[in-house]
Design a protein around this ligand. Sequence first.
Ligand code: GLN
Length: 501
Amino acid sequence: MMINSSLKQLGEMLQAKTISSVELTQSFLTRISQYNPSINAYISLDEAKTLAQAKAADARIAAGDVTPLTGIPIAQKDIFCAKGWRTTCGSKMLANFIAPYDAHVISQFDAVGAVNLGKTNMDEFAMGSSNETSYFGGVKNPWSFDRVPGGSSGGSAAAVAARLCAAATGTDTGGSIRQPASLCGLTGLKPTYGVVSRFGMIAFASSLDQAGPMAKSAEDCALMMNVMAGFDERDSTSLNRAKEDYTKDLNKPLAGLKVGLPKEFFAEGLDASVGKVIETAIEEYKKLGAEIVEISLPNTGLSIPVYYVLAPAEASSNLSRYDGVRYGHRAAEYTDLMDMYNKSRAEGFGAEVKRRILIGTYVLSAGYYDAYYLKAQQIRRLIAQDFTEAFKKCDVIMGPAAPSTAFKAGEKVDDPVAMYLQDIYTISTNLAGLPGMSVPAGFAQSDDGKALPVGLQIIGNYFDEARMLNVAHQYQQVTDWHVQAPDLSQLPDLNQSEGVA
Ligand code: GLN
């Protein structure tokens, strides 16, 4: 079945001309029109633009000008500016914003002839863990329709899981690729900070934001990374490193691999059913020849408070640009300039974004800067040092990606702290700038009898993405969690479209 094929298989079919990009793209568009009205994974679709790209890809293939992803339909998180596309970042503030230029990530996919299938739903300005802060409405988890897909890249996650695209992009500031990948049964990778350019990616917390792939398998992620990674002088934090082939180590055996298990990742707060799945996955790694070492990341408990000082501080600064003057929402009625700023921002931002701006402004204010912002920066360094020490004892670190499986929509919306705890195992990686991934490791039974996906997290040392992908790929050679797809036959309310243009 085409929709379940890997990127490699799709590439081979396209190159052998057993299918055309137009046919492949059309089959995804048909599925989207059938299922998206109830899943709500996409905010914006533009069939004419998408099919024009597919046609151009077919011409390239006919001319023999192919790369592995030429002609393959990819969904793009709506945080990436794409020229001529509405780019909302999940916010009313940008609900009518048509991007005048391409993000680096978008132009990289365009350059290899991949097809942009549409812009995916997300938490507003990437702030959230359930996709419920989106101005365009929540997203259904394809594995259980009354549950959230995770966030903030919830639309991308649901789109890949429901086979409404071949693969998707996401961004991860504190866990937004790995947590939704875990909750939707996908393979997702947040690269080392600076490996993928942030140019044209709408900023949330610039020292933490990093884009990465969300796909079915590690091999698919490697192919996506080959397109996404690379130096870009337009992002001052983009790292000038030699181009790397992320597929190069996929087939290496794992004998002798040292896997560190941080005791803090298996302590209180982890759902027992998730812990069991992770333990079984570790057993599988032992069979593959891995050696297990116990490690400690003593400052793990401080990562959430540190993040919720630093990320809002950076967000409060980044979001000051939305003032109703140049672009974005402007209030219809106001008395003077100050009133225009106030009303435009009050109307354009949702509650969670406002909460972050208030926290960020507070911790950066003259009277509290030393007590909060500066202190958090100091602890950030200690968290990074924990990892430096740990990597003296092991090659990769493993643990859960999220403390629970997908929770019910509405369950945590009124309790920000419970929501923030979703990222307890992912946030420290962002604070340290390290790469991390989530890999499907099995299913845990919910109270109401649903089998829900569980993600194993793999954390690597700086620039060790190729090794992490190898570690994930070898596991995917002996397990089949990553090829399982949800059953969509029970989807209710088909064609009750909401928020899709
Ligand atoms: N859930 C975290 C937050 O709400 C992380 C989001 C992200 O990685 N973009 O900020």
